[in-house]
Design a protein around this ligand. Structure first.
Ligand code: DAH
Length: 340
């Protein structure tokens, strides 16, 4: 009996001294393992003289229960302390302000292309997508520029290693594709997209840029329709009081050919830095589709006519937003892009 009492005391003192879970488990093995002291003490019941056996058994069982309870309480306390520690160590401070997301936006060229597209949509024009990689035939010849025609000098380009395959210099070859697809139906489309030219990159010219081509074909389409369409576009794009003037010009694929100016939206025609003191800004080339081009598209130039135009959305955006350097468009400088 006295062995039992000292066993209980020793076990309790050691239990109090355990500092972590590993020590606790070791304690448990020491007293409750197969060869554990409590286990052995219980097993000893049979050896105790019958007179003391009952009291010994009861005391041994009480000690077993008391130690087991003490152990379990200590283990639970230990687990709780561990949980609190890891909660404190791994805590996320939800009161910290989040990192701001950088929001993207549409490139000024895309914005301008969409505005142009919606203005022409209101005028009944559909959008037709045409390829950027063209052949010499469509980019030049079918547009009334035979090989060695001097007008080709205006459109030097990048040639692929496949002879006759090149990057289009303008969106005009798209006219041929639309006509051949739609002939003999009437046409009212715009053709937006990237064009390429082999030339020096300057403040005013780039080797890649967008164009928006326009093409309207039908019976009795006249220059008056063309001028009305272009004027309506200029006013929607730049303001209802814009004035438009046309000058005669030359393009191989139109006859007659014109260039279209509008009074400077910056100074209302008085003359400023943007319009180089002239009061006018050039906005596009245009003309009545040349009979040869109509024929190449499958149409009969004696029964139908059409007008076409071509403009540079980057140039338009420069005018609209007062951008003075076309190289900004592809420089990918966020300080520039964030302004739109
Ligand atoms: N393709 C011409 C260029 O890149 C622009 C142009 C002028 C297009 C007159 C036309 C047009 O459709 O009629 O300079």
């Amino acid at each position: 009996m006295s062995d039992l009492a000292s066993l209980e005391q020793r076990a309790l003192t050691e239990l109090q001294a355990t500092a972590d879970e590993a020590a606790l488990r070791a304690w448990n093995t020491k007293y409750f393992g197969k060869q554990g002291e409590v286990t052995l003490a219980l097993r000893k019941v049979g050896e105790v003289p019958p007179a003391e056996r009952k009291a010994y058994g009861q005391e041994a069982n009480r000690i077993k229960e008391a130690l087991t309870n003490a152990y379990e309480a200590k283990l639970a306390g230990q687990k709780e302390r561990q949980l609190k520690q890891s909660l404190a160590a791994e805590a996320i401070d939800v009161t910290l302000p989040g990192r701001p997301l950088i929001r993207g936006r549409l490139h000024p060229s895309t914005q301008t292309l969409r505005t142009i597209g919606s203005i022409f949509a209101d005028l009944g024009f559909q959008i037709y997508r045409s390829r950027e990689v063209e052949d010499d035939l469509t980019n030049f010849e079918l547009l009334n520029m035979p090989p060695h025609h001097p007008a080709r000098d205006m459109w030097d380009t990048f040639h692929t290693t496949t002879p006759g395959v090149l990057l289009r210099t303008h969106t005009s070859p798209g006219q041929i594709h639309v006509m051949r697809e739609y002939c003999p139906r009437p046409i009212r489309v715009i053709l937006p997209g990237m064009c390429y030219r082999y030339e020096a990159i300057t403040v005013r010219s780039e080797i890649m840029f967008n164009q928006v081509e326009g093409l309207a074909i039908g019976t009795n389409v006249t220059m008056a329709d063309q001028n009305g369409t272009i004027t309506a576009f200029a006013r929607r794009m730049f303001g209802e009081d814009r004035q438009v003037r046309i000058r005669s010009s030359y393009f191989p694929f139109t006859e007659p050919s014109i260039e279209v100016d509008m009074d400077c939206s910056n100074c209302a025609g008085k003359g400023c830095g943007l319009c180089k003191r002239s009061g006018w800004l050039e906005i596009m080339g245009a003309g009545m589709v040349h009979p040869t081009v109509l024929k190449n598209g499958g149409y009969d130039p004696y029964t139908v006519s059409g007008f076409a135009f071509g403009m540079g959305p980057e140039r338009i955006a420069m005018r609209k937003f007062g951008i003075d350097d076309i190289r900004q468009f592809w420089a990918n400088d966020l300080r520039f892009l964030r302004q739109f």
